[in-house]
Design a protein around this ligand. Structure first.
Ligand SMILES: [Zn+2]
Length: 99
């Protein structure tokens, strides 16, 4: 009894805060959602041929809002299907309506 522990101090991990800020390049600045899986899980190609690599989560969110964009053909079929599936369920710019 009477053990004074200060969880705020003992749990503090300096790397946690900075790690949360580093997201894949496909994450929109206004999208608050964290990455899911590797940051280079897939690549999205927009209709101008520009490529951006990202995690499955943010590639899907990006794809949902990019007219004419597609998943890069080099992306393994399972991953690209996952991204198309998720993107179909998302409104464009999902984060603007809190999703
Ligand atoms: Zn991401």
């Amino acid at each position: 009894m009477n053990q004074h522990q200060s969880p705020d101090l003992s749990v503090r991990r300096p790397s946690a805060a900075s790690a949360a800020r580093v997201r894949c390049p496909a994450a929109a600045a206004k999208d608050p959602t964290p990455c899911e899986g590797p940051h280079d899980a897939a690549t999205i190609v927009d209709r101008h041929g520009r490529e951006v690599a990202g995690c499955v989560q943010h590639c899907a969110r990006l794809l949902a809002g990019l007219d004419g964009a597609r998943v890069h053909p080099f992306v393994p079929a399972r991953q690209s299907l996952e991204i198309y599936f998720r993107a179909r369920e998302l409104p464009p710019f999902a984060w603007e309506i809190g999703r």
